[in-house]
Ligand binder design. Structure first.
Ligand SMILES: [Zn+2]
Length: 241
C-alpha cells in the first residue's frame, strides 16, 4: 500500500482556521473510504450507515433582487469559502438580522442566489432576538415569519409565508439519487440519526432530501449540534427504515 501526502488547496481569501480544520477532517473521511461513501450494515435486523455531519450555523439565502437592495445595484455575491456540497458556498456578504428584542450582526449569506430570500436561525438565537419561529423545510412555507434585514446599501423586510421569511430548519440529510436507491429511501422519507459520545442523542424525523450529485451529509443546526457536542466533519449513524 502506498501512502501519499494529501495536498489541500484553499481559496486565497480563506484565513479562517476553524473552517480549514473542518474541511481537512471532511476530506480525510472521504479519502479513508477511497472516495466511496460507506455502505449500510445490518446489525440485529437493523440497517445502519455512518454519515458525515455538517452543523449549519445561522445563515440566509437571498434572491438576486434582494442582493442588489442590500449591497448595491449590480452587486453579485462573492465566494468566501466553498461548502461540502459542490456548487454551494458561504458568501463574503453578511447582513444584520433585526428582531424585536435585539439584532444579530454579521449573519452570513450562502450562495448561489435563490428564487426567494430566507433566514435560517437556531431556536436559541430566535429567543435572543425576540422572535417566535417554527420549523420548516424551506423558507417559503406558510409558517415562516416576517424578518427585517439590514445591509450596507439598504434594508428589506421579508413578509414571511410564501414571500419568504425566518424559520428553524428541519433537520435533514442530503443524498444523491444513487444513494437513495441503494438505501431504499425516497425524498420526503424520514430516518433516525444516532450521535454517540459523552452526550449521546438520538434525532428522529431527519428529512431525506435527494438530488443527483449530492454528497451524503446530515445537516443539523447549532442548537442540535451543541446538544450532543458534535461538530462539522464528525460522523453519526443513520438508522434506515
Ligand atoms: Zn442542508
Amino acid at each position: 500500500m502506498t501512502m501519499t501526502t494529501p495536498s489541500y488547496k484553499f481559496d486565497a481569501g480563506l484565513v479562517n482556521v476553524e473552517k480549514i480544520a473542518q474541511e481537512v477532517v471532511r476530506r480525510l473521511v472521504v479519502e479513508k473510504s477511497n472516495g466511496h461513501e460507506s455502505k449500510p450494515v445490518y446489525t440485529n435486523g437493523t440497517r445502519t450507515i455512518q454519515v458525515p455531519i455538517g452543523i449549519s450555523v445561522r445563515h440566509l439565502h437571498l434572491c438576486p433582487e434582494h442582493v442588489e437592495i442590500l449591497f448595491g445595484k449590480g452587486h453579485q455575491l462573492g465566494v468566501y469559502h466553498e461548502l461540502y456540497q459542490k456548487g454551494y458556498y458561504a458568501a463574503q456578504e453578511q447582513v444584520m438580522v433585526v428582531g424585536t428584542k435585539r439584532c444579530l450582526e454579521k449573519v452570513r449569506v450562502l450562495g448561489p442566489t435563490r428564487p426567494f430570500s430566507q433566514v435560517e436561525l437556531a431556536q436559541s438565537e430566535a429567543v435572543a432576538l425576540g422572535m417566535k419561529l417554527s420549523v420548516a423545510s424551506t423558507g417559503n412555507e406558510p409558517q415562516t415569519q416576517p424578518v427585517t434585514l439590514v445591509g450596507p446599501a439598504g434594508v428589506i423586510s421579508l413578509p414571511g409565508g410564501a414571500g419568504g421569511g425566518a424559520f428553524l430548519a428541519r433537520r435533514h440529510i442530503h443524498i444523491s439519487d444513487v444513494t437513495a436507491q441503494e438505501w431504499g429511501v425516497t425524498a420526503g422519507d424520514t430516518v433516525t440519526l444516532k450521535i454517540d459520545g459523552l452526550r449521546p442523542v438520538v434525532f428522529d424525523d431527519v428529512l431525506v432530501r435527494v438530488k443527483a450529485g449530492w454528497r451524503t451529509e446530515v445537516h443539523l443546526d447549532t442548537d442540535e449540534g451543541n446538544a450532543c457536542l458534535i461538530r462539522t466533519g464528525q460522523m453519526g449513524t443513520v438508522v434506515l427504515p
